[in-house]
Design a protein around this ligand. Structure first.
Ligand code: NDP
Length: 332
């Protein structure tokens, strides 16, 4: 069986040489274990942080062992009464063709509800991040004007559409290409801009339209996006600090927003969050998202890359913006 290992820690942008495809024998199943043939796996921006040897909310990846991350697959052998051969399961041992798991570490998903890759994206961790960040962390309320960065990505595209569904007055998104901007308008964003086209602050102001400012900023990017958002946030505005992808490959400390002190007079709330702390919303989220996907009020794009051997490049390309919606590696 094949697995992708971390061969060396990236300095700045990851390169192919940081990864290694390794072949090994599968161990025999112990009582309570299942063997899963992985059919798809997720590559996610947070994995970049785990490639550094620093303490964070999730432990760093070890060198010369398989990487891990979200995956779906089919149970092909079982020594557990909890999972039968043929079950489709979600688990966290991606980056390999086959996974040996304790039964408690795999969750059966219903392929009748959605295509299995949806459980890596809209119906999974990605979707819950968008829902929890918007509704609880940013305390969204109907009538709010919302700005989301990384808006054509997996989390961002859901944030904007959820906000519209919940009654946002105006939803603005930023993304890295004209094609992505066009897609955001198709998805129902009221305004969108390409952050490469000029200063974020100027483009964000222009995108406000009749709005006096924004009430919520869902930050996936950090840097100049966060600074621009602070400059146009209304009084009592809220920022859900979800990610800071503009600095994940940085090798030197990055400056903070130069205008942070505006948070005082405007009485802003800036709140960081990790989706794992919002499992109490998983139930209501799953019900609502399944409804929105089936009635078509939320659409979820996926960008597919095929083959485990191409997973490292898929990850590198994700950080460069090659994806629209969720980047998924299909394991054929
Ligand atoms: P995306 O699908 O959004 O993919 C990453 C995107 O980031 C790329 O497509 C690219 O799009 C954009 N990007 C890359 N570099 C830059 C840059 N310098 N400036 C602006 N945009 C850039 O990934 P996810 O939806 O999975 O994740 C989005 C964010 O949410 C990330 O910051 C991630 O770390 C965070 N996250 C946080 C979680 C939490 O619990 N707090 C959980 C899950 C995700 P473009 O072409 O537009 O540049």
């Amino acid at each position: 069986t094949r697995e992708v290992q971390l061969a060396s820690r990236p300095q700045g942008e990851p390169v192919a040489e940081n990864f290694r495809l390794h072949e090994s024998e599968l161990p025999a199943l112990l009582a309570g274990q299942i063997l899963v043939r992985n059919t798809a796996m997720s590559v996610d921006p947070y994995m970049r942080g785990r490639m550094n040897d620093v303490k964070s909310y999730s432990p760093p990846f070890a060198l010369n062992v398989a990487l891990d991350g979200g995956a779906v697959g089919e149970v092909i052998s079982s020594r557990s009464s909890a999972h039968q051969v043929g079950d489709v399961v979600l688990h966290s041992l991606g980056w390999r063709d086959y996974a040996v798991l304790a039964d408690a570490d795999a969750r059966t998903v219903d392929p009748a509800l959605a295509h299995p890759t949806a459980f890596l994206g809209a119906l999974g961790m990605t979707g819950l991040t968008a829902y929890a960040g918007l509704t609880e962390v940013a305390a969204f309320k109907p009538g709010d004007t919302v700005f989301v960065s990384g808006a054509a990505g997996a989390v961002g595209s859901l944030v904007g559409q959820i906000a519209k569904n919940l009654g946002a007055a105006r939803v603005i998104g930023s993304a890295g290409s004209a094609e992505k901007v066009a897609r955001l308008l198709e998805l129902g964003f009221d305004a969108a801009f390409n952050y490469h086209d000029g200063p974020v602050k100027d483009q964000l102001k222009a995108a406000l339209g009749e709005a006096s400012g924004i009430d919520v900023y869902f930050d996936n990017v950090g840097g100049d996006h966060l600074e621009a958002a602070i400059s146009v946030l209304n009084r009592f505005g809220r920022v859900a600090m979800c990610g800071a992808i503009s600095q994940y490959n940085s090798t030197a400390p990055v400056p903070g927003p130069a205008n942070l002190a505006l948070a005082i007079g405007k009485q802003l709330t800036l709140k960081g969050f990790i989706v794992g702390s919002y499992q109490h919303l998983a139930g209501e989220f799953a019900t609502k998202m399944a409804g929105w996907l089936s009635d078509g009020t939320i659409r979820f794009d996926e960008t597919f890359v095929h083959g485990l051997e191409n997973a490292p490049q898929a990850f590198i390309d994700l950080l460069r913006g090659a994806n629209t919606g969720k980047m998924v590696v299909v394991l054929d």
